[in-house]
Design a protein around this ligand. Structure first.
Ligand code: LMR
Length: 403
């Protein structure tokens, strides 16, 4: 039976990491997968996590199973970060959280909940969206539709097109929104635009699903939650999939969360009981270590302060690299849009939607050992003072600009 199985195509994002690893070129540059890199090209463990982990090793007394939805302290901390410790949702107990294996695990649980508990068949994604979204939701049998999002001409948000499409969403259908630092475009709605989006979703009685994987990578932890909070203010029911992979640098510990907000405590309890049934039959209960490290940082005021500092450092380095990238492109006469390259500085978060074509991305990989996602999405965190010259020379050569 196995002999007839065909080779699957490589994953558009994680497959690039494999190809990068296998590339013998000492000058290779990885701008593919969304992993933060420091100026030296490393992804070190955050210092606050190192301290929390050391404490954990000292005090941990058992490796017994966690509850199906994880450690309740972790869940509480997740909700406080999402909605604010003083928010009505937190105070009234209208939300419940499940610790999931990463943000992707949260999306899968969300998909199962939408399809198998709510009985909803349709989910709307932004065009474009994270390369794995359609696959995750398709895998649970949801029909995936797209609403316009990115405007190529302005390299900004096609807000009118988006609103128009959202007005056509059916009652109960799910609309996925990127909470901040839109992946792959780096283009986010303004707070006023978020309010309008939230209003339209409420009018249409659609169910918002906010994918919130980059909190703290845009403007700041609180500022980045403004969109989500605008949605919460107008919609009594919603779903949130969040992740600590990026903002705590806990990629391989798989620390994510699926949070459901309902109209009242009774409704949330019932929904959570169903979510636990779903989780039990997928992965039973979550891995403990990463979530415990996060909960320990967030339960300690000094470690939390340290985390804010480390997160700001990552965010600020990315912003600096955007400016450096644009300066070096300008120096070489490369224009990635008709209006120039300023749009790269204006984009937000880890990614830049560079406008490079699939063909140019292919040449960059084959001839220059520079790895970029096929959509032209660049992980700006992978740029450094050391590699920016080579990167921009190569981009100049594939775009036909003078070097
Ligand atoms: C990305 O978009 O690169 C990250 O979210 C990592 C992943 O799993 O694709």
């Amino acid at each position: 039976m196995f002999k007839s199985i065909e080779m699957a195509p490589a994953d558009p994002i994680l497959g690039l990491s494999e190809a990068f690893k296998a590339d013998a070129n000492a000058e290779k540059i990885n701008l593919g997968v969304g992993v933060y890199k420091d100026a030296a090209g490393g992804t070190p463990v955050l210092k606050c996590i190192k301290v929390a982990e050391a404490k954990l090793v000292d005090t941990e007394s058992t490796k017994g199973y966690l509850p199906i939805d994880g450690n309740p302290v972790y869940g509480q901390k997740v909700r406080e970060l999402l909605f604010g410790a003083d928010s009505e949702v937190v105070k009234e107990g209208r939300a419940a959280t499940s610790h999931t294996p990463g943000g992707t695990g949260a999306l899968r649980v969300a998909g199962e909940f939408i399809k198998n508990v709510l009985g909803v068949n349709t989910l709307w994604l932004s065009d474009p969206s994270w390369a794995n979204h359609a696959a995750v939701f398709g895998a649970v049998g949801l029909e995936v539709k797209k609403y316009p999002y990115f405007d190529k001409a302005s390299n900004g948000l096609n807000f009118d097109g988006m609103i128009e499409a959202l007005k056509g969403v059916g009652e109960g259908e799910v609309v996925l929104l990127h909470g901040c630092c839109h992946n792959p475009t780096g283009v986010d709605p303004s707070v006023e635009q978020w309010e309008k989006i939230a209003e339209v979703l409420a009018e249409k009685k659609a169910l918002p699903l906010v994918d919130f994987a980059y909190q703290g990578f845009g403007v700041g932890l609180e500022e980045d939650a403004a969109g989500l909070r605008a949605v919460v203010a107008k919609n009594k029911e919603l779903l949130v999939c969040s992740s600590f992979s990026k903002n705590f640098g806990l990629y391989n510990e798989r620390v994510g969360a699926f949070t459901i907000v309902a109209e009242d405590t009774e409704a949330v309890k019932k929904a959570q009981s169903q979510i636990k049934v779903l989780i039990r039959r997928i992965y039973s209960n979550p891995p403990a270590h990463g979530g415990a490290a996060v909960a320990n940082v967030l339960a300690d005021a000094d470690l939390t302060e340290q985390w804010y500092g480390e997160l700001a450092e990552m965010r600020e380095r990315i912003a600096e690299m955007r400016k450096l990238f644009v300066a070096e492109l300008d120096k070489r006469g490369v224009k990635l849009s008709e209006a120039g390259n300023q749009f790269i500085v204006d984009q937000c978060g880890m990614f830049s939607f560079s406008g490079l074509t699939k063909e140019q991305v292919e040449v960059l990989k084959k001839e220059h050992s520079i790895y970029i996602v096929g959509s032209g999405r660049i992980n700006v965190a992978g740029i450094s003072e050391k590699n920016v010259g080579k990167l921009c020379d190569a981009i100049a050569s594939v775009t036909g600009a003078a070097v």
